[in-house]
Unconditional design. Structure first.
Length: 261
């Protein structure tokens, strides 16, 4: 598969309770317990390094996250903030406040905001690829069935994750984008290439280079997704309109008819 295909293929997207205080260094949790309520008993029972058994069952405030999953919690909250307020509202300090951890805690996982955006984009590409792949696993064998499933799934993801999709394509073009992010974005080009070449082999798609077939297909899909996200198209007819787009795309991919004699 040519490098040019990877580059051209995805250029089409252009159309388109008191919070707990967790210390970043030692994960100590300040449960804000009321010491006055237990002062008299504790004075009689507590010796160096000893906590009475009766205190071990005291109910404490639940932690906002479990040890070891702060990174996942940060990404989840970041995606929620992205959808609600856009990328400009993303801040590691604000995410820490939302999750009830110290403002320094996120730095264990993301050195700065750009690292957070990179991780968000990577997670988005991985989720999109998994969703598209699953659509092919349940689709019929024909090119029409498989392209239809791919188109519906992609447009569904785009409309449900508009801000995330914009971020994904913006970050992947950054010169400092991670190798993992670039690889994940190109994996979708591989999925499309497999779909088209197999259909050409079966005679369902006209002859031509991958670029000549793929660019019109996905430029059309990205354009439709952009219109759907911007509410330019009426939501009541969105599914029907997409079916028209799929049918039009299939006609454009069909093998050339023999010239009449």
């Amino acid at each position: 598969m040519s490098l040019a295909f990877h580059l051209l293929f995805w250029s089409a997207e252009c159309l388109v309770a008191m919070p707990l205080n967790v210390d970043a260094d030692n994960n100590d949790v300040n449960d804000n317990n009321d010491d006055d309520a237990n002062k008299a008993d504790s004075a009689n029972n507590v010796v160096a390094g000893y906590i009475p058994d009766r205190l071990s069952g005291m109910q404490t405030r639940p932690r906002r996250y479990h040890h070891g999953d702060l990174r996942a919690a940060l990404l989840t909250r970041a995606e929620e903030t992205l959808a609600e307020k856009g990328p400009g509202a993303l801040s590691l300090r604000e995410l820490a406040r939302d999750l009830g951890v110290s403002h320094a805690a996120p730095s264990r996982h993301f050195k700065d905001k750009q690292a957070l955006l990179d991780a968000l984009a990577l997670a988005g590409f991985e989720r999109l690829l998994a969703t598209l792949t699953a659509s092919q696993d349940t689709a019929g064998e024909s090119f029409a069935d498989r392209l239809g499933a791919l188109a519906r799934t992609y447009v569904g993801f785009a409309t449900a994750n508009a801000e995330l999709l914009d971020l994904m394509f913006a970050v992947k073009h950054d010169p400092e984008a991670s190798e993992a992010l670039v690889k994940a974005s190109q994996s979708m080009g591989g999925l499309a290439a497999e779909l088209i070449t197999e259909a050409q082999r079966r005679g369902e798609v006209r002859e031509g280079s991958l670029e000549a077939i793929a660019i019109p297909i996905f430029s059309t899909l990205n354009g439709f997704a952009r219109l759907a996200v911007s509410v330019t198209l009426p939501s009541a007819t969105l599914d029907r309109d997409l079916e028209h787009v799929i049918a039009h795309t299939l006609r454009g991919c069909a093998p050339d008819s023999p010239a009449p004699r």
